[in-house]
Design a protein. Structure first.
Length: 315
């Protein structure tokens, strides 16, 4: 890929913002001086993991200590420090720890993920769906399962994508025996939930007979989760949709993730597309830790965070 002309923006603005936003406990909140949470901590750790800067690596080490300390006894991670049960951020935590190659915390997290079955596809729910008067207006395969935002609820595109990525990047000897079956069902679910013209939204491709509108962020995560099938028709069609909408993106977070996805699939970026520094001047988007982290990842030299630890060593 061609060199990114905005790399200096990431190094001079984004990384210093992330370093300064880190809390004393080692974690990050969604905004500077806010309570540390697992989700923004994971994104900050991904971004710092791409930097060779000594200060960034020191911050990452403290962040990993926070992340490991936040894990619950059942192997999951909670959304907030006050919660006593795990949720979808477990997948993000496992994704980060997969970079560490071997970790008991990673193995426990993956075990929890593989045992977390959503309830929207149970035999009883599928029976009720067959009796529903709306069954022909929402034609989705109820036998497929992915992951939900919270345990025991319904499958959604983004948490399913995060769980798939974490399972794919984890070392094989750390994956539970159920991992292959969960991946098979989840990949099928993502393709089943794709919008008719390509791309994904948060959940159903059709609602009451009307085609759903794809959104940039769910589309990116789904495509990254399905990245080992780049030539598949559904992926190509979704990339075409993403590429056609790239110039109209006004959100820095969406722009960063779209660029990551396009470059991961080897698609060239238009020279006249949106510019991060312009968006920063317009709305100061760097008050958001996840958006700052995504921007670092989009402008970084190499997407190591999308490669498993052991595969990265051999390259």
């Amino acid at each position: 890929m061609e060199a990114r002309p905005e790399t200096s923006f990431a190094e001079e603005v984004c990384l210093p913002f992330l370093r300064n936003a880190q809390n004393k406990d080692g974690g990050w909140g969604f905004h500077p001086k806010s309570e540390s949470r697992v989700e923004p901590t994971c994104w900050a750790l991904q971004a710092l993991g791409e930097s060779s800067d000594r200060e960034a690596q020191d911050g990452r080490a403290r962040g990993l200590q926070f992340l490991r300390a936040a894990q619950l006894v059942d192997g999951s991670w909670p959304s907030t420090p006050e919660q006593k049960s795990g949720c979808w951020v477990t997948a993000l935590s496992c994704w980060v720890l997969a970079r560490e190659d071997s970790s008991p915390a990673l193995a426990a997290g993956l075990q929890w993920l593989c045992h977390d079955w959503p309830q929207d596809s149970t035999p009883w729910r599928r029976f009720l769906a067959k009796l529903s008067s709306h069954k022909d207006l929402q034609p989705i395969n109820m036998a497929l399962r992915g992951w939900g935002w919270t345990p025991g609820t319904s499958s959604w595109v983004e948490p399913t994508s995060f769980a798939l990525i974490s399972l794919k990047l984890a070392p094989p000897d750390q994956r539970p025996s159920e991992a292959d079956r969960r991946r098979e069902l989840a990949e099928a679910l993502l393709y089943d939930r794709m919008c008719p013209g390509g791309g994904w939204n948060s959940g159903n491709p059709r609602v009451y007979g009307v085609s759903g509108e794809p959104l940039v962020i769910p589309t990116v995560w789904a495509l990254l989760a399905l990245g080992d099938q780049p030539a598949r028709h559904e992926n190509v069609m979704s990339l075409d949709w993403l590429e056609s909408n790239l110039a109209n993106i006004g959100s820095a977070g969406s722009l960063a993730l779209a660029r990551i996805c396009m470059e991961t699939y080897g698609r060239r970026l238009a020279a006249n597309g949106p510019v991060f520094s312009d968006l920063y001047e317009r709305n100061g988007f760097l008050e958001s830790v996840p958006v700052a982290a995504w921007t670092c990842l989009a402008l970084g030299p190499r997407a190591r965070w999308l490669v498993s630890a052991r595969a990265d060593v051999t390259q």
